[in-house]
Design a protein around this ligand. Structure first.
Ligand code: HEC
Length: 200
């Protein structure tokens, strides 16, 4: 789960979000594994092997997994709440998977962290940095907490699509964890989006 490598040494295709799970702490990975071991076993044949292009892609992924930084380390300059939020966003929340734009190679553009992505299935993911004009600068931390709990935005509309699935998961977090994510998002440097096709 950390490096995307099977027991046989081959690399898994990155349908599983390795860049994010790579950053989980060892105790959290161990807890996840302990939970999986307790899920009742189901006997079901795996789907047939993948075509060749898939193998080529897998090799490309093998290259791209190499620079993963490993377990996330807390920032000693920040308090525990901020660090908890940063950890959840960097790992299981995988917010950057959709909300950070990618370069032409598909790698996330780290200079525009969470400033909005084009979206895999057409629906763009909005800028969630605290920029007033093109991000969520006008949202309070309670607004963010409420979105992560119920899917409802400050304009009373509900998020849908890919974010709806994320809210299914964040609605199961504790209030303290949702608050930590809000504190962290509010602390980010605001980034202005060039294509500001948003704001109600
Ligand atoms: C799988 C892709 C995906 C992931 C992962 C994801 N989001 Fe989103 N998010 C979206 C999309 C797409 C929208 C727009 C949904 C809509 O408007 O119906 C959105 C909307 C939002 C909004 C509303 C912004 C606005 O201006 O309307 C917030 C806030 C948000 N996401 C925060 C997060 C946080 C925090 C995380 C990590 C815990 C996260 N998202 C993870 C795809 C994603």
């Amino acid at each position: 789960m950390r490096w995307g490598v099977a027991p046989s040494g081959s690399h898994y295709f990155a349908a599983f979000p390795f860049p994010f799970y790579n950053r989980l702490t060892a105790p959290d990975l161990a807890d996840l594994w302990a939970f999986l071991k307790r899920v009742p076993a189901v006997r079901q044949p795996n789907r047939a092997g993948h075509p060749l292009w898939f193998a080529a892609l897998r090799n490309a992924v093998a290259v791209s997994v190499t620079p993963f930084p490993g377990p996330w380390r807390p920032d000693p300059e920040r308090d525990a709440v901020w660090n908890r939020g940063a950890y959840l966003v960097a790992t299981v929340g995988r917010c950057g998977d959709c909300h950070t734009p990618r370069d032409w190679l598909g790698a996330p553009d780290r200079t525009r962290f969470l400033a909005g992505g084009s979206g895999n299935d057409g629906k763009p993911s909005p800028n969630i940095t605290p920029d007033d004009a093109t991000g969520i600068g006008s949202w309070s931390s309670d607004d963010i907490v409420n979105l992560l709990k119920t899917g409802q935005k400050p304009d009373f509309d509900f998020v849908g699509g890919a974010m709806g699935e994320i809210v299914d998961a964040t609605s199961k977090l504790t209030d303290a964890d949702r608050h930590a994510i809000a504190v962290y998002l509010k602390s980010l440097p605001p980034i202005r989006s060039a294509t500001a096709a948003k704001k109600e």
